[in-house]
Design a protein around this ligand. Structure first.
Ligand SMILES: *[C@@H]1O[C@H](CO)[C@@H](O)[C@H](O)[C@H]1NC(C)=O
Ligand SMILES: *[C@@H]1O[C@H](CO)[C@@H](O)[C@H](O)[C@H]1NC(C)=O
Ligand SMILES: *[C@@H]1O[C@H](CO)[C@@H](O)[C@H](O)[C@H]1NC(C)=O
Ligand SMILES: *[C@@H]1O[C@H](CO)[C@@H](O)[C@H](O)[C@H]1NC(C)=O
Length: 476
């Protein structure tokens, strides 16, 4: 009897625990546009060690989905914009996509897929309407394919949108509505989402407000209060995130969908590549957001708990820098899985837990030779080649390496190229200019990185060790 009572109590506890986890819990975006991505199993361990229960992916990489199998982590899988045309024009292609990239992973007992993100910010103004004709038909075809696969009730579709799909003529949230050029399309999409009990997903970036407008009031980008709050018919806004989110709530409301659930698909702050991208401001923003999130505090119009995914987990050194040099620095963790700053994102209060078992390449750097002639006509093309094929986004005004002198930033460029190319000798052969050193050229603010070992580099390494062991055995 005693045992049975205990068992019932235990089951109740477990039920309670799961239902609590279901409601709360921050998600993260796991992007993979890196020259040396961390192994998926390492990332999944990192997610678990940090108590992160939800991830958002930008595609459907089978290695990543395998690593997420039986992890207990909820997954949003993405369909990249360049597949929208195919998904829109062929029901069969949509069915194949669902079979291969969803059903296969769900049925093998494994991956807890909850959402399909159809496209990624497809209506961004800078795309000039490229995906306007295909997004809704792709959404419809994927939804139908999910139903046909028997997954219609467990998996929801959504279209992660940039906050530029809505606007407010006066700046007041209550004047919010969908952008004029795509108004009818947005209403059709929202109607379809609503019919299928699916959420609206929006990416909101206060950092971009500050980046694009030098006169933007800095404190209004954060969550610590603002001296000149916005009063919108009695609703008080002291931060731009709330005002932006509620502009969407008004837009939905105005078009008859006031109760549609909203997911914040991306929210975060970069740590380099811009004068406002640094550790202090990123910590201030993300902790400000997380403190409210953990407390279950929403916006003036939706005051309850929120659903959100931080952007992003790890820095990606091969992202396009067309939007700005900050693009490669959104991670809570550096490229090698080291946490960047103190952050409480859940019940753990002693900071983020870094990746374990990550091996770096040897402590070697490629730098400008002390004797090199700066007037050599090889300097400019060498630096430009290195920066185009590696990552110089930590150079420039207000960035972590912005304080280097001219020799310092040439060295930085050379080293980045050398590390991205796994420290092969040929990657430190800038004509008459470069040399390899084992003395760390880093300064207090500026880190000259050492790349991590990737699977292929490690395989070569372990082959060498096997060969060596074989020779030792043969010798004995
Ligand atoms: C980096 O991005 C470029 C352009 O998107 C791509 O061609 C290249 O293969 C990528 N490199 C790595 C190592 O992922
Ligand atoms: C599954 O997803 C991957 C990654 O996005 C994509 O390359 C592939 O074409 C998809 N498979 C099918 C059958 O559509
Ligand atoms: C959008 O249009 C602008 C101006 O015409 C052009 O510079 C840009 O390359 C276009 N972008 C795309 C993605 O087509
Ligand atoms: C390198 O340093 C020089 C001198 O400080 C500066 O003018 C230049 O913009 C820097 N280059 C880069 C790529 O940041």
């Amino acid at each position: 009897m005693e045992g049975k009572k205990f068992r019932i109590y235990f089951v109740l506890m477990m039920l309670f625990a799961t239902s609590v986890l279901e409601v709360g819990g921050i998600g993260v975006n796991w992007g993979t546009q890196s020259t040396h991505p961390l192994p998926p199993s390492t990332v999944v361990k990192m997610l678990k060690d940090n108590g992160i229960q939800k991830v958002k992916l930008f595609d459907a990489d089978p290695n990543i989905l395998d690593a997420l199998k039986k992890s207990g982590i909820q997954v949003m899988v993405g369909i990249p914009n360049d597949l929208l045309y195919t998904m829109a024009n062929s029901r069969q292609a949509a069915e194949k996509w669902v079979a291969k990239n969803v059903s296969a992973h769900v049925s093998s007992g494994g991956v807890d897929i909850r959402y399909i993100a159809v496209g990624n910010e497809p209506f961004l103004s800078t795309y000039n309407g490229t995906f306007e004709a295909t997004t809704l038909p792709a959404l419809v075809n994927i939804q139908n394919a999910l139903i046909k696969a028997g997954l219609g009730s467990s998996i929801k579709v959504t279209v992660p949108s940039n906050a530029d799909v809505y606007q407010s003529s006066s700046g007041n949230p209550s004047d919010g509505d969908f952008r004029t050029d795509i108004h009818d399309l947005m209403v059709q999409i929202v109607k379809f989402l609503s019919q299928n009990n699916a959420p609206f997903t929006v990416n909101i970036y206060p950092f971009i407000s500050l980046y694009e407008d030098p006169n933007f009031p800095v404190d209004y980008a954060f969550f610590n209060g603002f001296s000149d709050p916005l009063n919108d018919n009695g609703k008080i806004y002291d931060n731009v995130f709330d005002a932006n989110y509620d502009t969407l709530v008004w837009a939905l409301n105005k078009n008859g969908f006031g109760n549609m659930p909203i997911i914040v698909g991306e929210i975060g702050w970069p740590t380099d590549g811009d004068r406002n991208g640094n550790l202090q401001l990123a910590q201030r923003f993300n902790q400000g957001f997380m403190t409210r999130f953990i407390a279950g505090k929403g916006t003036p119009l939706r005051p309850g708990p929120m659903d959100a995914y931080l952007f992003s987990l790890v820095d990606e050194d091969n992202k396009s820098i067309q939007p700005g040099n900050f693009e490669r620095h959104w991670g809570l963790f550096y490229y090698d899985g080291r946490p960047k700053y103190q952050l409480t994102i859940g019940s753990r209060t002693n900071g983020l837990v870094g990746a374990t078992g990550v091996a770096h390449l040897p402590k070697k750097w490629c730098i400008l030779k002390p004797s090199a002639n700066l007037n050599s006509d090889q300097v400019a093309p060498s630096v430009s080649y290195a920066c185009q094929n590696a990552d110089c986004t930590s150079l420039g005004y207000g960035t972590s390496c912005g304080g280097l002198d001219i020799r310092g930033n040439i060295s930085y460029a050379f080293n980045s190229y050398y590390q991205v190319n796994d420290q092969v000798d040929g990657a430190c052969k800038f004509p008459g200019l470069s040399t390899v050193t084992d003395r760390d050229p880093s300064t207090q603010d500026c880190t000259f990185q050492i790349m991590i070992q990737t699977d292929s580099a490690r395989k070569i390494g372990s082959l060498r060790i096997v060969l060596f062991a074989f020779l030792v055995v043969a010798f004995l």
